[in-house]
Design a protein around this ligand. Structure first.
Ligand SMILES: N[C@@H](CCC[C@H](N)C(=O)O)C(=O)O
Length: 309
């Protein structure tokens, strides 16, 4: 881990690795040697293009753990600290797999532990073993069982999470209605809809994110079922807005569509930044997510924002 994240260190600031998981953008900060606990203001400052990091959806702290290979801490770009992030788990998993000789690593989070392992690369992209970066690498994570009780999402009132009482638009002709609600360690609502254009996703997503039915806020998915094994998904992320991919959102979309009988328990989920495969295993009830990870570069945090212990 340290080998991957601490190449040569100039005096100014703490090193970072910029990665993406199917387009979901992360800044990974090594917090093995010294704690990294930025305030919400400091996270927002780092997310600002003026900080020179290129912006990100989530800021990730990779910390030591007594029970796992690492603990992953997640901040959204708006500064909020959240439970977990599926695509970042695949990226941190890849970093840990690269830095050790293990076949499988365990990453703890505020939502509980997750295991990560390499998966065969996609056909047509060459041999992943020949790649010097993570560009062609596929990683599978075990996201555990979805939490489906209304108290676990959580919702503000009792409802059947297969299709909750929520609609957007006129009462007699709503444009969105009866979404599924799922927690993958973080809260998701998934609408089954063909409406996926930018303006619609941004407008309705930002509204629903803060709806009083979701006391902790919510990530908002817009899922178009193409066939029983294929979903087109866009996600308005809580605390980050419209992103190119949301891993927990893809897991939640598969769970929500499978519960409604719209898809099988395994499906390809096409997001703006790539393809994810989600498998809701019948025997264990665990949701497995496979998809690409990529290293975009490395750098050093601005000195003033490096010592956030
Ligand atoms: N990008 C993530 C989810 C990150 C956290 C989310 N915005 C939240 O507030 O719960 C993913 O890949 O799962």
């Amino acid at each position: 881990m340290k080998a991957v994240m601490t190449a040569s260190r100039p005096p100014e600031g703490r090193p970072y690795v910029r990665m993406n998981g199917a387009g979901n953008a992360f800044i990974m900060v090594q917090a093995f040697d010294r704690p990294f606990h930025p305030s919400a203001d400091q996270v927002r400052a780092l997310a600002d293009p003026a900080a020179g990091l290129g912006g990100f959806d989530q800021l990730i702290g990779v910390e030591p753990s007594e029970s796992a290979d690492a603990f992953m801490r997640v901040w959204n770009a708006d500064g909020s600290m959240v439970e977990t992030c599926g695509n970042a788990l695949r990226c941190v998993g890849w970093l840990l797999l690269e830095a050790t000789d293990k076949d499988e690593v365990v990453i703890d989070t505020a939502a509980g532990p997750t295991t990560a392992r390499r998966a065969p690369g996609p056909v047509g992209l060459g041999d992943p073993a020949e790649s010097t970066t993570a560009a062609h690498q596929q990683v599978t994570v075990d996201m555990g069982a979805p939490r489906l009780d209304w108290t676990q999402v959580p919702l503000a009132e009792e409802m059947d999470t297969r299709g909750i009482e929520l609609q957007v638009g006129p009462i007699d002709a709503p444009v969105l209605h009866t979404p599924g609600a799922v927690s993958m360690g973080n809260p998701h609502v998934v609408f089954f809809t063909d409406r996926q254009d930018d303006a619609f996703v941004r407008g309705s997503g930002s509204l629903i994110e803060h709806h009083p039915l979701f006391p902790e806020g919510v990530n908002v998915g817009f899922a178009k079922v193409l066939d029983r094994g294929h979903i087109r998904l866009r996600v308005w992320e809580r605390g980050a807005g419209l992103t190119l991919a949301c891993g927990t959102g893809a897991c939640a979309a598969l769970v929500a569509t499978a519960r409604r009988g719209l898809t099988d328990r395994r499906a390809r989920v096409t997001v703006d930044g790539g393809e994810l495969t989600i498998d809701w295993d019948e025997a264990t009830s665990h949701v497995f997510m496979t998809g690409p990870v990529a290293v975009e570069g490395t750098g050093f945090l601005p000195a003033a924002l490096s010592d956030c212990g």
